[in-house]
Design a protein around this ligand. Structure first.
Ligand code: PDD
Length: 290
């Protein structure tokens, strides 16, 4: 595998970052995860835009243009002979003396890892998964805004550890007021009486690109979508629930801790939305648009 590192595609054994890199020392940096289907990076512009927004929010100046990043991604796919790929861009503050001051780092470290996309087991989609509402609360926007897709992932990792202990596929975190936010790497939706609900951005979440597309797809299908502040009781009472992200797309949830959701099998609205999502992917591959 060849890894993009600061402008060069190098064999993975040679893709090395300094122990003085502030990404390693402090988790000071940002990232994006993308998925390529048949050689096309799905919603690449939206992901790059969000990367720049994350950069702005931590005052990290990315030393490549939007088009430059796109080119680097496609070069990584080409060099690795990839069509269906998992792509991760990581940008850290860079190498610098020990100390928190970002000015200690002269230039960011820019890494792109592109590897063969490994399909998730079909069984997950057919049966649905169990998730857990964990004790770890989501970072508050005033402390560390979840809108920043940051390399600093401890909040999510602590939640993930709890989910694993509970035998759950994903953890859902509440905010400090007790409202649902999101998973460790996913957004969450639920369906009640054929309407779709999802925590609003104000709850303190990452505005997922998949989330945004699903909202648009649902509205186009005539499904009412409401973004708001919801409690665990609201979701326990749902007919259907699912989680979303770039790599998973839409994954049905059938149980939250001890609470069975709906009939305990993936619901028809969830399955229908997933079909429509896949159609959106196909359309994007043909037209570059949604
Ligand atoms: N995670 N919320 C969090 C905390 C996330 O990390 C992610 C994405 C999402 C969903 O965003 P999107 O639909 O744009 O992928 C929500 C990626 C997949 C990751 O960590 O690799």
């Amino acid at each position: 595998m060849f890894v993009y590192l600061n402008g060069k595609l190098v064999p993975e054994e040679k893709a090395r970052v300094s122990v003085f890199d502030h990404g390693f020392l402090y988790g000071d940096g940002i990232y994006e995860t993308m998925r390529a289907y048949k050689g096309i990076v799905f919603m690449v512009d939206e992901h790059i835009k969000r990367l720049f927004r994350s950069g702005d929010l931590i005052k990290l100046k990315i030393n490549l243009s939007h088009e430059g990043i796109k080119k680097a991604i496609y070069n990584s796919l080409k060099k690795n002979n990839l069509k269906d790929a998992y792509i991760r861009l990581s940008i850290s503050r860079g190498q610098g003396e020990i100390g928190l001051d970002p000015e200690l780092c002269k230039k960011p470290t820019f890494v792109i890892i592109a590897k063969q996309f490994k399909e998730y087991p079909e069984e997950l989609y057919l049966r649905g998964v169990k998730i857990s509402i964990v004790k770890t609360r989501r970072n508050t926007p005033e402390a560390l805004n979840p809108k920043i897709k940051s390399l600093n992932f401890l909040n999510n990792i602590l939640a993930k550890i709890e989910a694993k202990e509970a035998g759950a596929y994903e953890a859902i975190m509440l905010n400090y007021k007790g409202y649902l936010t999101e998973g460790t790497i996913t957004n969450i939706f639920f369906i009640k009486d054929n309407s779709l609900f999802t925590p609003s951005i104000e709850a303190g979440i990452l505005d997922g690109i998949t989330r945004d597309l699903i909202i648009r797809v649902a509205e186009r299908k005539g499904i009412k979508v409401t973004e708001g502040l919801y409690t665990p009781e609201n979701i326990y009472d749902a007919d259907e629930t699912f989680i979303t992200n770039t790599t998973l797309e839409i994954l049905p949830v059938i149980k939250i801790d001890k609470n069975v959701i709906g009939k305990g099998i993936p619901g028809s609205v969830t399955k229908d939305l997933h079909r429509s999502y896949k159609e959106e992917v196909e359309r994007y591959l043909k037209t570059g648009k949604n």
